[in-house]
Unconditional design. Structure first.
Length: 292
């Protein structure tokens, strides 16, 4: 059998649902070790299980390749337009950016439903944040293109960061909830279950609020970038206006001088014509038959 590389195994593992990841990873690590590929086995053991949102983005890279390619192309074009301060192009691409996100989110929801792992609003919020990070940041774009994300990404103007929706406390709470052994349905147990449910609902609300905050921060950062571009254009326009005003003032002075020279030339012509007329009249008096 042809030895497999870490990349091959990682591509295989990150195409699996998160619940299947750990068992499949451990099985592949044991297989690689049994085949004598100890280094690959150790590296496989270090692979991290993806979050639900990261898994969904990986799924989009695999199963919605054309739409994701369009997202990557728009991200590259935005980077070029921002560097060249192309305002019209940026406005055009901003519309395309919103549209490609609007197209991809329903696809993510359908893919999750097909896999029988329906995505919550909070998870889709993290997917949206990750796609927007891929549009805004080249490093995030490369990470998404790999199809091996382990967590969602977010962009705040300086690169990717941990999404605020994924809190360690929430993870510990969910782990503890899964590990807790079943209890008799006593009144205290029911109250505990209701309390746990309230905590989970509150956590979901906090996740959604965090996703909304991240979205607002990204919108604000985008508008700030556009405002900075507009200010640069204003500065350039003011500089051109100042130069044009200086040219206009210079031309006004030259026009004034030219008009004075024109007036002087017109007066000189009038004087010369008058002298010519007088000379002809005198010549007519001296020389009979001369034209006046």
């Amino acid at each position: 059998m042809q030895p497999q590389s870490l990349t091959d195994v990682a591509d295989e593992l990150y195409s699996l649902a998160p619940a299947e990841f750990t068992a499949a990873r451990d099985a592949r690590a044991r297989q690689m070790r049994a085949e004598g590929q100890r280094d690959v086995s150790e590296q496989i053991k270090k692979l991290t299980r993806p979050t639900a949102s990261a898994w969904l983005v990986n799924l989009l890279v695999r199963d919605a390749a054309d739409e994701m390619k369009r997202l990557f192309e728009i991200g590259d074009a935005l980077h070029v337009a921002q560097r060249s301060l192309a305002g019209d192009r940026l406005r055009e691409l901003s519309g395309q950016r919103r549209q490609v996100i609007a197209d991809l989110l329903p696809m993510a929801s359908r893919l999750a439903a097909t896999a029988r792992l329906p995505a919550s609003a909070a998870i889709l919020g993290e997917v949206k944040a990750t796609l927007e990070a891929a549009l805004a940041d080249p490093q995030a774009r490369a990470a998404v293109q790999s199809g091996r994300l382990t967590r969602g990404l977010a962009y705040a103007g300086l690169g990717e960061r941990e999404p605020p929706a994924a809190s360690a406390r929430s993870a510990r709470s969910r782990t503890a909830s899964r590990a807790r052994p079943p209890r008799p349905a006593t009144g205290a147990a029911r109250r505990r279950e209701e309390a746990d449910r309230s905590v989970r609902e509150a956590e979901a609300g906090a996740d959604a609020a965090a996703a909304a905050l991240a979205d607002a921060e990204r919108t604000s950062a985008g508008l700030s970038d556009e405002r900075q571009l507009a200010r640069r254009r204003i500065d350039n326009a003011r500089r051109e206006l100042s130069e044009a005003e200086a040219d206009e003032a210079r031309l006004a002075r030259e026009c004034s001088k030219a008009e004075r020279r024109l007036d002087a030339a017109a007066r000189a012509l009038e004087t010369a014509v008058q002298r010519l007329r007088q000379a002809r009249e005198r010549a007519a008096d001296v020389i009979p038959g001369a034209a006046p």
